[in-house]
Write a protein that binds this ligand. Structure first.
Ligand SMILES: Cc1cc2nc3c(=O)[nH]c(=O)nc-3n(C[C@H](O)[C@H](O)[C@H](O)COP(=O)(O)O)c2cc1C
Length: 343
């Protein structure tokens, strides 16, 4: 059954207070599906078993070329789980979460809900209202530094997310940002050199007028409309890694802040938590009017050692994004409707 709403048009006032538990859990999931995901694959699946919701990933949406370890898949799932928890906390229906069992690899978590009492937790109002406003903002950033009090407030809020030796590295020194931009540009060149990577990437690229509900439309890559039709073909058949790596270099190097999340261990459980932390950080920054943009090429293309050297931390880099104010914001990327993600 198709819904009559647009995924991004979710509003707290539409919470079905008078409807059954199942409808209320579904309403919360409308926030979960607005999470970012690699290539906008939206790998999440949900099974509602009142009062629980099991969270799975769809194995058909693994990206062997861009994400051979499935790290980014799990980070995307972590972002989705974080939206789910924050929305449920606002409506006071979050009870607890259990992760795994990772033996049945596709099931990643079970969220336990409690009955809605009519009371909302206003401490989460800003977060839940920021979920439909967040986008991965590509482009050139204004040379305006993120104020120290914003960084301090956000650091304080996310301290509970720093479990399993997960660590946040805040990089504001220009020379380090330039070095990380170089590594990202190099990572992209390495990736685009491989025909198999280009084939996979091109499959997920869309023109700017696309009606499909997944993948990255040209407008989100800041491509002119005409080029957005040609880009997937170009990517598929030619190595335009140099061009794309220059664009990425200009974007990262203009950002006033780079955030690198590192961890002692690498496994699905840690990646889910990295994803939860990353999503909370995105929402916090966006809530303060600062945009965020993800760049994982340096990490995914095996430049970990160099990243570690630049950031001065010997733990393994897991995720990288930048923060700043971009010159222009594009409209949100497409989403599948929730009904298509419920099993
Ligand atoms: C784990 C992960 C890795 C990503 N890596 C990159 C990246 O390296 N470069 C990039 O431009 N976008 C990257 N993205 C952003 C996605 O393309 C973006 O989230 C997706 O297209 C959906 O768009 P939205 O975030 O604006 O909703 C990544 C997202 C996630 C969750």
């Amino acid at each position: 059954m198709k819904s009559n709403y647009q995924p991004w048009e979710v509003n707290i006032d539409d919470f079905p207070e008078k409807e059954n538990f199942n409808s209320q859990i579904k309403f919360i999931l409308r926030y979960a599906i607005l999470a970012p995901s690699t290539h906008n694959t939206q790998p999440w699946l949900f099974k509602i078993k009142e009062p629980e919701c099991e969270v799975y990933y769809n194995p058909k949406l693994v990206l062997p070329e861009a994400d051979s370890k499935t790290r980014d898949l799990h980070i995307s799932m972590g972002c989705c789980i974080e939206n789910l928890i924050l929305a449920a906390k606002y409506f006071n229906i979050f009870n607890s979460i259990g992760y795994g069992p990772f033996s049945n690899k596709e099931q990643l978590a079970v969220v336990h809900f409690k009955k809605y009492t009519g009371e909302k937790n206003s401490a989460y109002e800003k977060m839940i209202n920021t979920i439909p406003k967040r986008i991965n903002a590509r482009g050139i950033f204004y040379p305006e530094s993120v104020p120290e009090d914003v960084l301090n407030n956000i650091s304080f809020i996310v301290k509970d997310y720093l479990v399993d030796e997960i660590h946040i590295n805040w990089i504001t020194e220009k020379n380090k940002i330039l070095d990380l931009s170089h590594l990202t540009a190099d990572g992209l060149k390495i990736a685009y050199h491989k025909t198999s990577f280009r084939k996979e990437m091109s499959y997920w690229m869309r023109n700017s007028f696309t009606k499909t509900k997944e993948g990255i439309p040209g407008y989100a890559l800041k491509m002119p409309p005409v080029l957005s039709f040609i880009l997937p073909i170009l990517v598929r058949w030619y190595n335009i890694g140099n061009f794309l790596s220059k664009k990425n270099y200009s974007s990262i190097s203009s950002a006033p802040l780079v955030v690198v999340i590192t961890a002692e261990n690498e496994n699905p459980s840690v990646w889910l938590k990295v994803g939860q932390l990353a999503e909370r950080l995105f929402l916090e920054f966006n809530g303060y009017g600062w945009q965020t943009s993800i760049f994982v090429a340096a990490i995914e293309m095996g430049r970990d050692k160099e990243v570690q050297k630049i950031i001065g931390n010997n733990k393994k880099p897991q995720f990288l994004f930048v923060v700043g104010k971009v010159d222009s914001l594009h409209k949100p990327t497409p989403r599948h409707e929730l009904e298509e993600k419920i099993i």
